[in-house]
Design a binder for this molecule. Structure first.
Ligand SMILES: *Cc1c(COP(=O)(O)O)cnc(C)c1O
Length: 365
C-alpha cells in the first residue's frame, strides 16, 4: 500500500531528542526558543510563539488579537474542523465566504460579508497552496479587521515571493501528517511585538513573571522534546518541499490525458508546497468517488477526501449559536468532488506511475 502520508524522521531527530532527554530540561526551554527562531525564518517574521497544537495556535492568535463574543470572524467552510473550533472557542461568531478555483477563500465573497462586527478574516492556505493574500489583506485592513492565516498545511509556501504566515498572524501546525511534523505542536508567527508579548503571557497561565498573573491564561506550552523532533526538519524544509513539488509535477503530467478528472493548478505568483495533491473528479459526468476510492485501495493506492463536508455541515455546528450557515455553493461542489493522492517524499518514481495508472483505471470503472 502506498500511504497517503508518511512520517519521515531520522538520525538528526533521534540525536536531538536524546540530547533533550539527557539534559533534564523536558518542558519549554532552549529547544522551544530554537524552534521559534526557525519559525521566524520560515515565515519571515520578527516573532514566533510556539504552542502545543495548530488548534492552540489559532485560539491563541484570536484571543491575543482580542476577538471575542459579539465579533465575527470570516473564514472558509472548506477546511478542517480546527479552524471553526478555534473561532467558536474564542467566543466569536463564525461567518463563511465561498472559495475560488484554487480551493481557497475568494475575496469577492469575503467582501460581501464584511460589516461592523468583522474582527478578523481567516484564510486557510489549503493543501499548501497560498490564498490570494494581496486582496485579502487589503480587504481586512480596509475593514479594520485582523488577518489571521491558517498555515497548518503551508510551511514555506509563498505569495508574490513572500512566505505565508507573515501577511497577517500565521498559525502553523506540526501534527504528525503535516509537512513539518513532531506528533503534535504549533507556532504563531507575527511582526507585532505587542501581540507576541500577549501570546507569550496567555500561553503560560497569564503569567508575566513567576506568579505575576496579569490576565487569566491557559497552558498552551510546547515541550523541548517536541521542539527537538521538529527542529531538524526546518533545515530540510527545502528538500521536503522540493520532493513534493517534483512528485506533484510528475503526477500532473502522468494524469494530463485522463478523462474525467482535473489536476490541481498552481496560481502564477505562488509556490505550492503540496501538503496534499488534490484532483477533482467529474462527478457530474457520473464518476462515483466512493467507487474510485475503493478501486484505488484495491490497487494499493492510499487516498483521502479532504474534506467530504463543509466545516459547518454537521448537526453540532448547524445548530450552534456561534455559527452562521452561509451557503457556499463552490465549496459544496469541491467537497463532493475532491480526491487527494500520495505526494509525500516517500513516494517513488515507480509509485507515481502506479498511482497514475490506478487512477486512470479507477475512473473508468
Ligand atoms: C491540521 C490543521 C489544523 C490543526 O492543527 P492541529 O495541530 O492538528 O491542532 C488547523 N487547520 C488546518 C487547515 C489543518 O489542516
Amino acid at each position: 500500500m502506498i500511504p497517503i502520508s508518511a512520517v519521515a524522521i531520522g538520525a538528526e531527530e533521534e540525536a536531538l531528542v536524546l540530547e533533550v532527554l539527557r539534559s533534564g530540561q523536558l518542558a519549554q526551554g532552549p529547544k522551544v526558543a530554537q524552534l521559534e527562531a526557525a519559525s521566524c525564518a520560515m515565515a519571515g517574521t520578527a516573532h514566533a510563539v510556539a504552542v502545543n497544537s495548530g488548534t492552540a495556535a489559532l485560539v491563541l492568535a484570536l484571543k491575543a488579537i482580542g476577538v471575542g463574543p459579539g465579533d465575527e470572524v470570516i473564514t472558509t467552510p472548506f477546511t478542517f474542523a480546527a479552524t471553526l473550533n478555534a473561532i467558536i472557542e474564542s467566543g466569536a461568531t463564525a461567518r463563511f465566504a465561498d472559495i475560488g478555483a484554487d480551493f481557497n477563500l475568494d475575496a469577492s465573497y469575503v467582501e460581501a460579508l464584511i460589516n461592523d462586527r468583522t474582527k478578523a478574516v481567516l484564510p486557510v492556505h489549503l493543501y499548501g497552496h497560498p490564498a490570494e493574500m494581496s486582496t485579502l489583506s487589503a480587504l481586512a485592513s480596509g475593514a479594520g479587521a485582523a488577518l489571521v492565516e491558517d498555515c497548518a498545511q503551508a510551511h514555506g509556501a509563498t505569495f508574490d515571493g513572500r512566505p505565508v504566515g507573515g501577511f497577517g498572524v500565521g498559525c502553523f501546525s506540526f501534527y504528525a501528517t503535516k509537512n513539518i511534523s513532531s506528533g503534535e505542536g504549533g507556532v504563531v508567527t507575527t511582526d507585532d511585538a505587542a501581540l507576541a508579548d500577549r501570546m507569550r503571557i496567555l500561553r503560560n497561565q497569564g503569567m508575566r513573571a513567576r506568579y505575576d498573573y496579569v490576565v487569566p491564561g491557559h497552558n498552551y506550552r510546547m515541550t523541548d522534546v517536541i521542539a527537538a523532533i521538529a527542529i531538524p526538519q526546518f533545515a530540510r524544509l527545502g528538500d521536503i518541499v522540493g520532493a513534493r513539488q517534483a512528485n506533484a509535477a510528475a503526477l500532473s503530467s502522468l494524469l494530463a490525458d485522463v478523462v474525467g478528472i482535473a489536476v490541481p493548478v498552481v496560481s502564477p505568483n505562488r509556490t505550492h508546497v503540496w501538503h496534499q495533491y488534490t484532483i477533482r473528479l467529474d462527478v457530474e459526468a457520473g464518476i462515483d468517488r466512493a467507487n474510485v476510492v475503493a478501486e484505488l485501495e484495491r490497487q494499493g493506492v492510499g487516498c483521502g477526501v479532504y474534506y467530504p463536508n463543509l466545516a459547518y455541515d454537521y448537526d453540532c455546528y448547524r445548530s450552534h449559536p456561534s455559527v452562521v450557515v452561509d451557503p457556499c455553493p463552490n465549496a459544496s461542489q469541491a467537497a463532493a468532488s475532491v480526491l487527494s493522492l500520495p505526494v509525500h517524499s516517500g513516494v517513488t518514481d515507480a509509485d507515481l506511475e502506479h498511482i497514475a495508472d490506478a487512477v486512470a483505471r479507477a475512473v473508468r470503472c
